[in-house]
Write a protein of this length. Sequence first.
Length: 343
Amino acid sequence: MNRFTAHLAWALWFRVSLWTIALIFIMNAPAADSAPLRAGMIGLDTSHVPAFAKIFNDPKATGDLAAIKVVAGYPGGTDIPASRDRVGKFTEQLRGMGIEIVDSIPKLLEKVDVVLLESVDGRIHLQEAVPVIKAGKPLFIDKPAAGSLARALAIDDLARKHKVPCFSSSSLRFSPGIQELLKNEKIGTIAGAATWASCSYQEGTPDMFFYGIHGIEPLFVLMGTGCETVARIQTKDTDLVSGVWKDGRGGTYRGIRHNREEFGAVAFGSKAIMHGGKEAGYEELCREIGRFFKTGKSPVRPEETIEIFAFMEAADESKRQGGAPVSLASVLAKAKAEAAGGL
């Protein structure tokens, strides 16, 4: 081999080596973040709508908060004052953020990958969720999941049937105060818990569904599922709802009206009793929503959501029975029959 041939062979080897190294680097390099999913909002009649949109559409959003971008909204709304008197204002706020406003749910579904059902009136959640689920779009339903236990069951059944990821939650489930109590090893085993929060009602739905859920859902975070009976005492300014779990533990929720209203919780443990009242904004919930849409995995088991709604519906039944204990099994059986009958 002469000198020229040797140089040529070396040059070819060097070039091939560089391409090989580059290819290996490209194949093993971390994949770039994919484009955010296009999200649509149904029901532009709650302050959650502009608040969530600002969080998700923030150009500086990172991680799970950057998983979706709100691109379209359908105003919806009903005749209750909380909806009728606010839907125009919040719709215009979304429009001002550059988000397209459409006049029907089918038109919204043509433009989005995932959906946030935000309507403040839980009575219409089932009818709004049906076309979303049938279209196969992953769905987050803001509190309450539905206007009755039977309708919550119907939504869950439909989502399971169509294998569509779906979940609902109060923002207070993920508040730092509750999560810190849950993870605090100094408490030991949680033997009981008490929570309290604002508790105004919404006409047409069980009393606890509108604001009571904000204090009841954290109670279940601390206690877990397994509640068997519920009893409720109601006064002009207060609701006191107590549950007995199957292992004998007790948990209570105090709903506050007309006096100082704030959120708080106490965990009664085998080693210590601790208070946790640190409430945050919506970022924690939005992060969970973004992760849910990205992975298709709900942070809340559907069975737990159904039990929470059975707890709240049993509280209404206990009120009708003068404060007598009501079993969750009884209200679930009635709701299942109603759902099976087509509501």
